[in-house]
Design a protein around this ligand. Sequence first.
Ligand code: SAM
Length: 291
Amino acid sequence: MSGLLGPAEVRDLAERLMVNPTKKLGQNFVHDPNTVRRIVRLAGVQAGDRVVEIGPGLGSLTLGLLEADASVLAIEIDPRLAEALPTTVGVQLGDEAAVRLDVVLSDALEVRDFTPPTGSSAAPGVLPVRLVANLPYNVSVPVLLHLLEHVPTLQSGVVMVQSEVGERIAAAPGSKIYGSPSVKAAWYGDFRVVGKVGRQIFWPVPNVDSVLVGFQRHASEPGDADLRRRVFSLVDAAFGQRRKMLRQALSGVLGSSENATATLERAGVDPTARGERLTIDDFLAIARATA
Ligand code: SAM
């Protein structure tokens, strides 16, 4: 038993499994135990926590979570990687750790049920309280929003994403990078960039920089699923044409530019403003003014 995966173990494993990392699946594997322990620490993982990890890959982060005595639900799209993970954990950390791991072979965006699969050693029906993942970069925002939507028990987490995407998720109103991911994330909780990650800790080395984004979920959400859908469609419309004034950008979803002006006025939002100035509360006020 040798613990976490360093560069030699990552290379050996990939060779044995005949894994040729693909860009399409965002396969850049972490081979630095210090970074893994840092992520687990920043995520505040406690012994006994049920953690969901999307894209465990060769197991670098999974091993760090299990080393911290968490129980892990790992969802991986690549069959070779999903199949090999329990064996890797057994070899690196022993059988006691391997029984705390459940692996689901699936596209994370297709999963709706996050309870333990049949045969799991976790308590029946238990749902994850933390999300800790090095997310596949091409689907990081949809995956994050999907998890927040479908796992109501998620309280907090840390995800590794491409720098630009992480800065965008955590951006405040008024900045150039504030956009639809920022507002949608703010529906669920507080998001901030909690660290940077160098390129050299990955194999293969990616051609983008990465950051760690931490979040704390709000104690309660601003409204139900129906209100959330209405808010999100206003957000998509506002940022789909972000250079246009709101009365114009929202004319499609609100019927006409006149209707949009009237609704915005009822909501107390300036019809000549642009989406990038609006907080989640402003979008909520507009959605409520349409009802
Ligand atoms: N967690 C590992 C690590 O830190 O070394 C691997 C991270 S790698 C950036 C992303 C992983 O997500 C890959 O293992 C890839 O196969 C997997 N993946 C890509 N798209 C996915 C999806 N839609 N659902 C689940 N897993 C996915």
